[in-house]
Design a protein around this ligand. Structure first.
Ligand SMILES: NC(=O)c1ccc[n+]([C@@H]2O[C@H](COP(=O)([O-])OP(=O)(O)OC[C@H]3O[C@@H](n4cnc5c(N)ncnc54)[C@H](O)[C@@H]3O)[C@@H](O)[C@H]2O)c1
Length: 257
């Protein structure tokens, strides 16, 4: 595994203005940490105040720009719009939106009601669109930008017991292609990140040690994917080095199939 001292630094990310959704834990926490280490100006939202505040306390000492935390329930579209506006003001502009937040609660097909459908689409799909819509004017003012949407390998593999999560995640890839086409002439790049199974505290809940061993056996590579591995891909796509990358999905899955 690469250590912090051997990881790439992107000069183009220094002072960039970044908004990460769901940044308090798991992959989002890794993203906030990685962008702060690049000297970027980072704002993040979540509904989990305590881990968010601990993260700010952990990353602030020595940071070129300590990260800013704002509580926002992303299922509320008006709150999403207010979040993006507030982030633009607090950061002095907006260059990168990372639509990371999601929720992979398991559910049985037979038990899905219309209300549960709406709830799952609200937490896994709708806010990505409305955050992007709100961010676009700010990115146009900045002369361009990057929107990165978190998909999932789950529907590519057809995993069990989460049909609505997979429906939303499949839609995110379609939305990514559509937005990339609509926004390309504004200099706004839109890509999707497709993680395999990333070892986060929440994922540890779903997997027994035997399940984890099976999972690794299905990957081409040994070992578990860490949030920092996902962050490495996100940093590249957010940086100017990826200036001609848009409209596609980027897998980080250790070759899981
Ligand atoms: N971990 C994996 O193996 C994996 C695999 C494929 C895709 N993904 C995707 O990667 C992204 C991050 O996943 P993760 O594993 O870090 O999840 P996680 O549950 O560890 O973190 C998600 C964060 O989003 C926050 N959040 C949830 N609902 C919210 C809401 N309504 N408003 C604001 N914040 C909210 C949570 O509090 C949490 O801090 C998600 O989009 C997930 O679907 C993860």
């Amino acid at each position: 595994m690469s250590s912090a001292s051997t990881r790439a630094i992107y000069p183009s990310l220094r002072d960039k203005r970044i908004l990460v959704t769901g940044g308090a834990s798991g992959i989002g926490e890794g993203l906030v940490e990685a962008f702060v280490a690049q000297g970027a100006r980072v704002a993040f939202c979540d509904i989990a105040d305590e881990p968010a505040q601990s993260l700010v306390a952990r990353l602030s000492p020595g940071a070129a720009h300590p990260p800013l935390y704002r509580r926002c329930d992303l299922t509320d579209v008006e709150a999403v719009r207010a979040l993006v506006a507030e982030a633009e003001t607090a950061l002095g502009g907006l260059d990168v939106l990372v639509n990371n937040a999601g929720n992979d609660d398991r559910h049985k097909l037979d038990e899905v009601t219309p209300a549960y459908w709406d709830d799952r689409m609200a937490v896994n799909l709708r806010h990505l669109f409305f955050a992007a819509q709100a961010a676009v004017p700010a990115m146009r003012r900045a002369g361009g930008g990057v929107i990165l949407n978190f998909g999932s390998i789950s529907w590519h593999l057809g995993l069990k017991d989460m049909p609505l999560y997979q429906t939303a995640k499949a839609a995110i890839e379609g939305m990514t292609r559509a937005l990339a086409r609509d926004l390309g002439r504004d200099g706004i790049r839109v890509s999707a990140i497709v993680p395999g199974n990333v070892q986060t505290p929440r994922q540890e809940r779903w997997y027994t040690p035997e399940g984890e061993a099976e999972l690794v056996a299905s990957q081409c590579l040994d070992g578990r994917i860490q949030p920092s591995d996902v962050a490495a891909l996100v940093l590249f796509l957010a940086s100017d080095d990826a200036r001609m990358c848009t409209g596609h999905n980027y897998f980080i899955d250790a070759g899981w199939r």
